[in-house]
Each structure stands twice: as structure tokens, then as C-alpha cells.
Design a protein around this ligand. Structure first.
Ligand code: AMP
Length: 453
């Protein structure tokens, strides 16, 4: 997961980056960081574990001087939650200093780092991003853009990157476009972010996506005179479809389409595939299940109500590392409104079912609240495979649908019926508006890039 944000040519660069990271907090809550520069001398940096609002305050932000900055919020998918892995990473090489913020996972990082270590390289972190820095340093080229392209030609897997040095800000997206990256404009200067919601907050205009396989170099001296190149072998686009289902914020445009509208569309498709005839109420699992439940209710004509209330004072249950805490988290986070549910046949819509913890606990709460029937609907196909391109999914063994049939899952969670959106229905719905080319390995096991490590 993770979020990245970058801007050059603005006196408020670090403050704008801070705001951008705030808007992108949902993509990573373990840590945050900003590196800034005024074009010459040493860069300024601050990074810590914690939420954006905890990591930064006016004191440390005012020290992040300069007209260019990049920022990152971290959600560890590889490398673990240790301080050395916080980003942007800042390193010195023969090219001078450089900072890098990465969203995605490289699939051959271990293979490369082992080879480099055998030749004497020393790694300071356990993050795959550091591999890119080593490869840049070893590229032995005079300018950063060329060295970066040389480095990126050796790595495989998913990367949306922002790279900063004293001369330029570079945005790069892997040839498959696994993870999102968008470009905007603020006061005549370029700005980059994982999602457009960051642009809304700072008043930037959304221009376009950074295309899969594109590298954009924006010099600090004249930022809008950016150059763009497509230095990699062209690949079929494999944009992450799970961004639509769960990861992205609903107020973002993703791959050019509204995430909220896409989720409603998935809900409508789900209702076509698995109607719940005779149900009294459609209820979302808040917050991520809300748009799909609205779509389901629209399509089925069954009334919608927010009969499960979410406490916003606890993080996403999934983030907690231990099962014992996760179980507790569901109780803490989601509470049914008993009088809306008592004696009713209810359709519960969630965006995904991973380990089954949330659904199983919820069904129990709803039964305790007196529901007559509980029909679980999931606006995604069964999650059968782990993601190796930057989404935090548990090991295949822990994914309920990797080893259980839908009937077994229905029994496990205790629902009266269970319906998942079909893979065809999902891909068709997404392709109709946002064009073709998705990675759906978590649902299909079709991994576009082999997992070398
Ligand atoms: P589980 O309880 O393990 O079945 O997880 C399903 C719940 O986790 C759903 O309510 C989803 O909204 C949420 N979820 C799905 N994928 C992720 C993810 N990668 N990170 C955090 N939460 C997730």
C-alpha cells in the first residue's frame, strides 16, 4: 500500500506535502516522512513512526525548507515495521544525495540484494526500495534520470516512485502500472500523488495519470518544462483492480474514473448476480462497503440503511498484527443498531472477505441483535491468492477462500446465504468505463510478473 506525494517549484512545498499525505493517510498508517530541498546544499528531512498528524507539527515542518519536497506514508508489505524502513529514503552517492519514495513491491528485490551483498554492498534497511538506491549508485551515470532508468530496468514488480535530488523531481511508474500515480498542477507547477484526493485538498488541478512505464523529469529551475520518456519495454497494462474495490479513497479518481461510482457499479453488478429476494434491508459494512451497498440497494429495490455504525477511533482492524487483537477490533469497531435489525431479513454488503474475521463476528452481532436472516454479499470475488505487488494480504494459507468452498465459507461465517461478485462481472464493470488492463492476481492467481523471490 503506501502513499507518495511530491511537488516542486512552490515555496510551501513541505506544507503542501504534509497536507497531501494527510489526504492519503488511508494508504499507510505506520509512519510518515518528508524530504525537502531548496535546490542546493543539504536536503531537509523528517520521518517517524505514526500518523501524519502525529509525525509533523509546525516546528518540524518549518525546518523542511525549500521549494521541492517528496513525502511518504508507510504501510509495510515487505521489510517489516522498523524505523530504518521509513521513507522517503535518503542516501548519498557519487551523484550527490537523493531521496526516494516508493509505493509497490519489487518481486526480485531479494535476488538483487543478495547478489549485491555478495559483492560487498551493505544494506541499511530491510525494505525493497533500498535496492533501487543501490542500483542507482552502481549505474555510474552522471545524471539522476539516466541512472534511475538503468536501475529500474533491472528491477521487476510494482513501483510508483518519486525521486528527488538537488536538480529535479522524478516520477516513475512501472510498465504494468500496478500501483496508481497521478499528476496535477498547482500555481503553474507540477505535483504528483498516489490519488487525486490529495489534489482536491491543496486545490491542485488533476491533469492526468503518470502512464504505466512513464518517467517524468521536472527540473526545480523550471518545473513545468518537464520532460517525459517511456524507456521500458511496453507491457500490457495491469492496474490493480483491488484499488477500486477497497484501497483507494472513494473521492479519488482512479485510472480516470470515480472510485465511488465504480464501487456503486460493482454493487449493482453484485445484485444482478446474487439478488436477495424478499430481503427487508441492505446494510453496508462501513466505511468501505458503503458505495457497493448503495449500488446493491438501487439495483435490487431493497431499502438501504446504515444499520451498522463504525467507531472512527480505532484503526482498520486488518492492520493489527495479531489475531487476538483483530478479533477484539471487530467488536470495538462495528456496532449494529438493534431496532433496525430485529426481526428483519438483512443483506450485508462488504467489499471483501479475507480471513473471514469481520464477517463471522458481524453475523454473530447481527444474530444477537435479532436479525431473522442474514445474507452476506461481497463486492469482490473470493480472495484466493496473496498479493506480491504492494497490497497487504496475508499468506495464501490464511486466506479463507484459498482452501474453502463458498458453501464452507457461508457455514464458517454463519450466514444464511453468501454471494461474491464474479471475476468476469468485476473486470467487465471496471473495463466499461476505465478501459482494459487489470491485475486481479489476488482473485485469479494470474500473476503478471513472476515472483522471483
Ligand atoms: P477479514 O476480516 O480478514 O475477512 O477482512 C475483511 C475486511 O478487511 C473487510 O471489511 C475489508 O474492508 C478489509 N480489508 C480487505 N483487504 C484489506 C487490506 N489489504 N488491508 C486492510 N483491510 C482490508
Amino acid at each position: 500500500m503506501c502513499a507518495i506525494f511530491g511537488i516542486t517549484g512552490d515555496e510551501e512545498a513541505a506544507h503542501l506535502t504534509y497536507l497531501g499525505l494527510h489526504a492519503l493517510q488511508h494508504r499507510g498508517q505506520e509512519g510518515a516522512g518528508i524530504v525537502s530541498t531548496n535546490g542546493g546544499g543539504q536536503p531537509h528531512e523528517h520521518r517517524r513512526k505514526g500518523l501524519v498528524g502525529e509525525v509533523f507539527h509546525s516546528g518540524n515542518l518549518s525546518k523542511l525548507k525549500g521549494r521541492a519536497a517528496i513525502g511518504h506514508t508507510r504501510y509495510s508489505t515487505t521489510g517489516g515495521n522498523i524505523s530504518a524502513n521509513l521513507q522517503p529514503m535518503l542516501m548519498k552517492s557519487s551523484l550527490g544525495w537523493l531521496a526516494i519514495a516508493h509505493n509497490g513491491n519489487l518481486t526480485n528485490a531479494k535476488t538483487i540484494s543478495r547478489a549485491l551483498e555478495a559483492e560487498g554492498s551493505i544494506f541499511q534497511s530491510t525494505s525493497d526500495t533500498e535496492v533501487i538506491i543501490h542500483l542507482i549508485a552502481r549505474a555510474k551515470q552522471k545524471d539522476l534520470p539516466t541512472a534511475l532508468v538503468t536501475a529500474l530496468k533491472q528491477v521487476e514488480g510494482a513501483y510508483s516512485l518519486l525521486v528527488l535530488n538537488q536538480e529535479c523531481l522524478i516520477a516513475a511508474r512501472d510498465p504494468y502500472g500496478f500501483r496508481p500515480l497521478v499528476m496535477g498542477e498547482l500555481r503553474g507547477n507540477p505535483v504528483f500523488a498516489s490519488e487525486t484526493t490529495a489534489f482536491d485538498l491543496i486545490g491542485a488541478k488533476y491533469l492526468r495519470e503518470v502512464e504505466p512505464g512513464e518517467v517524468i523529469v521536472s527540473p526545480h529551475k523550471s518545473p513545468m518544462a518537464f520532460s517525459t520518456m517511456r524507456p521500458f519495454e511496453r507491457k500490457a497494462r495491469k492496474r490493480c483492480v483491488f484499488e477500486y474495490i477497497y484501497l483507494a479513497r472513494p473521492d479519488s479518481l482512479l485510472y480516470g474514473e470515480s472510485v465511488h461510482e465504480m464501487r456503486k457499479k460493482l454493487g449493482r453488478q453484485l445484485a444482478k448476480e446474487h439478488p436477495a429476494k424478499g430481503a427487508d434491508l441492505v446494510i453496508p459494512v462501513p466505511d468501505s462497503g458503503v458505495p457497493a451497498a448503495i449500488g446493491f440497494a438501487e439495483q435490487s429495490g431493497v431499502p438501504f440503511d446504515m444499520a451498522i455504525i463504525r467507531s472512527h477511533y480505532i484503526g482498520r482492524t486488518f492492520i493489527e498484527p495479531k489475531q487476538s487483537i483483530r478479533d477484539f477490533g471487530v467488536k470495538l469497531k462495528l456496532n449494529p443498531i438493534n431496532h433496525l435489525i430485529k426481526g428483519k431479513s438483512v443483506v450485508i454488503v462488504d467489499d471483501s472477505l479475507v480471513r473471514g474475521t469481520t464477517s463471522r463476528k458481524l453475523v454473530k452481532h447481527l444474530k444477537d441483535a435479532g436479525a431473522k436472516e442474514i445474507h452476506m454479499r461481497i463486492s469482490a470475488p473470493p480472495t484466493t491468492h496473496s498479493c506480491f505487488y504492494g497490497v497487504d494480504t496475508p499468506t495464501k494459507k490464511e486466506l479463507l477462500a484459498s482452501s474453502h468452498s463458498i458453501a464452507q465459507i457461508k457455514d464458517f461465517i454463519g450466514a444464511d446465504s453468501l454471494g461474491y461478485l464474479s471475476l468476469d462481472g468485476l473486470v467487465q464493470a471496471a473495463s466499461e468505463t476505465a478501459g482494459e488492463g487489470y491485475c486481479h492476481a489476488c482473485f485469479s492467481g494470474q500473476y503478471p510478473v513472476p515472483i522471483a523471490d
